[in-house]
Design a protein around this ligand. Structure first.
Ligand code: DON
Length: 609
């Protein structure tokens, strides 16, 4: 979408005339030229050759990245930019960015000492939602009700989450950060191939909801690449939020519209659910790994705990030596995944409802016990540690899923890592009347009844049982990596449970196998979650010889993911590099944003100077 440097210069001059900021025009043009060129120059390059940015963004959409950089270049901080990106993605990435979902934001403020904050804006189950609503008159479990439609939707947290972050840590008014999203919704934006493919896949389901159909289907066909997607109702919802703030969504107009549509379609959401919705600040989970510190997501995410548990198990072994057979390293990683997922699925849930044994799961004693159980050349049968529960009859899931993650850092070093989601692509595939946004299907992440599997084939335990006002257990894990108290990486990814194994493999490749961040992210991945007892693989992840050795150890290998995709995850990260300057004295800090090759629309960018 960006042309050559002279063209950029021209656009920059043009933008320089449009923006009324008190700088002389050439300076503005130069600034925008370097800014646009910065975005232009990175995507295809290795981090070692990328410029040394003083502020940076990595997100799944070019327009969202551009908006984040624009906010940063206007003097906004990383939280301002993160909130603006969150609202922008709700417009330009309708599959995944959202107002009707929820997620987590991890913030590290470069105060003295640096402070880390974790905002939990995960959806809550409506108070009246009970598991019996998912059975028909014959007593059969209706798994599809937990995947699509109003019963599958939790009370959304995104608007309160973003606005709370802005009020507490931002520096710009809400209007300023929402405005770019309003413009994109009102005037439209050009759809890319990826948008068009996703819309085509989801078109049959979206066409069943009259509101979603009006937005995404034109003349009986889903919108095509190159067409403009204009979303006037979404623009109007965003304008209401910009004018009236969080209350508009939870106590006013917007809540009323959602509840009215829910009532019309046999949902159980009430105005009281919206009035009582809260976001919470939680203590992040922290752990050490070979001299590094990991700061990551606490419950209701099981992602951070499982990631830390996997790392702590692996720390027991030498996995970085060049002479070690790769099959041994991979075997140990698979075993670490298996044991940690068994714990995640069984022990964790919403901290308001259950006591999560975080210290115990990450204790030296527990990790030593796991080490003793792992055999060096033999796969542990999953049945021994996560016996499959008897399952109710349920239709196999055809849902493909995606979420979105983005990372931001400003010139002060304030860092923000956000993962938020509708769960499946386009969530519950329902759009409440006159709102312009889709609702999530995150109720699917609960144990609705014992033994039920969610769309990721996860069987979670009684601690994650569906209960009114509870938040479902998640795997989303916005994460930070530090060395000696200094920020080294901001990262996160979509992918349901593969979020955890994607982060693990990225960190192991980066820290233990000495790969550049881009290479560590781009390399093919594998995934194991205890049940099913299968190692899922992206193409070419193992050589034929390594695959044979793994099979001989008793691992069951299968190409493709647990949720019907060939590849999974889309890491959006920023690496912080501290270099000595030419005189060897003062340290110069560079931010190098990186995006996964699996997210073709993903865009990184930065500000220089
Ligand atoms: O909270 C969770 O773990 C999932 N509902 C997140 C969904 C997700 O990452 C989908 N991406 N593929």
């Amino acid at each position: 979408m960006f042309g050559t440097a002279p063209l950029i210069e021209m656009i920059a001059v043009k933008i320089g005339t449009i923006y009324e900021i008190s700088m002389i025009r050439q300076q503005v043009a130069a600034l925008f030229a370097s800014f646009l060129f910065a975005i232009n120059s990175i995507a295809a390059q290795e981090p070692t050759t990328t410029p040394c940015y003083q502020a940076a963004v990595s997100s799944s959409q070019p327009l969202a990245t551009q908006i984040g950089l624009d906010i940063l270049s206007k003097g906004g901080n990383a939280v301002d930019a993160a909130v603006a990106i969150g609202y922008a993605l709700a417009v330009v990435e309708p599959c995944c960015g959202n107002l009707g979902g929820g997620g987590f934001m991890l913030i590290r403020l470069q105060d003295e000492p640096a402070q880390t904050h974790f905002i939990n804006f995960r959806e809550k189950a409506p108070a009246k939602l009970t598991s019996d609503l998912f059975f028909n008159a014959q007593g059969e479990f209706q798994s599809q009700l937990a995947r699509r439609g109003y019963l599958s939707a939790g009370i959304p947290g995104t608007v309160m989450g973003l606005n709370t972050a802005l009020e507490k840590f931002g520096s710009l008014p809400l209007k300023t950060v929402i405005n770019p999203a309003i413009k994109l919704a009102k005037h439209g934006f050009t759809l890319h191939d990826t948008h068009a493919k996703l819309l085509e896949n989801a078109a049959p389901a979206l066409s069943q909801d009259s509101n979603a159909k009006k937005v995404f289907i034109r003349d009986g066909k889903p919108h095509q690449a190159g067409q403009r997607l204009i979303q006037p109702q979404l623009a109007s919802t965003l304008t209401t939020i910009a004018k009236k703030g969080t209350a508009a969504f939870y106590q006013g107009d917007i809540a009323e519209k959602i509840v009215a549509s829910s009532n019309k379609h046999h949902g159980v959401m009430t105005l009281d659910d919206f009035k009582k919705y809260t976001v919470s600040f939680e203590q992040p989970v922290t752990c050490h790994y070979r001299g590094y510190d990991i700061i990551t997501s606490p419950p209701p995410s099981g992602g951070g705990i499982a990631l830390c548990e996997m790392l702590k198990i692996l720390e027991k072994y030498e996995i970085s030596c060049n002479q070690c057979p790769p099959s041994t390293r991979i075997h140990l990683m698979i075993e670490a995944m298996r044991y940690s997922f068994a714990d995640r699925n069984h022990h964790l849930g919403d901290p308001v409802f259950v006591n999560n044994p975080i210290d115990k799961l990450l204790s030296a004693e527990h990790i030593n016990d796991i080490e003793k159980s792992i055999r060096l050349r033999q796969a542990t049968p999953s049945e021994l540690i996560c016996p499959q529960q008897k399952m109710p009859q349920q239709q196999p899931s055809k849902e493909t899923a995606n979420t979105t993650h983005y990372s931001v850092i400003d010139k002060h070093g304030n860092a923000v890592s956000v993962t938020y989601s509708l769960n499946s692509y386009f969530g519950a595939k329902v759009m409440p009347d006159n709102t312009g946004f889709l609702l999530n299907n995150h109720i699917n992440d609960f144990t609705i009844i014992k033994g039920q599997r969610n769309i990721y084939d996860l069987q979670t335990g009684s601690r994650n049982i569906l209960t009114g006002t509870k938040r479902p257990l998640s795997s989303m894990a916005p994460t930070l990596l530090l060395k000696d108290g200094q920020l080294k990486l901001i990262l996160g990814t979509p992918g349901g449970p593969t979020i955890i194994t994607t982060l693990l493999q990225t960190l192991v490749k980066y820290l233990d196998q000495d790969m550049s961040l881009q290479t560590a992210i781009d390399k093919p991945r594998f995934h194991m979650q205890c049940q099913p007892n299968t190692v899922f693989m992206e193409a070419n992840v193992f050589s034929p010889e390594v695959a044979k050795q793994l099979q001989a150890m008793g691992h069951h290998l299968q190409q493709g993911s647990i949720y019907h995709t060939e590849e999974w995850g889309a890491v959006a990260a920023i690496e912080v590099e501290t270099k000595a300057t030419a005189d060897g004295e003062k340290a110069q800090i560079c931010y190098r944003p990186v995006i996964d090759r699996r997210r073709p629309d993903g865009q990184v960018g930065g500000l220089t100077g």
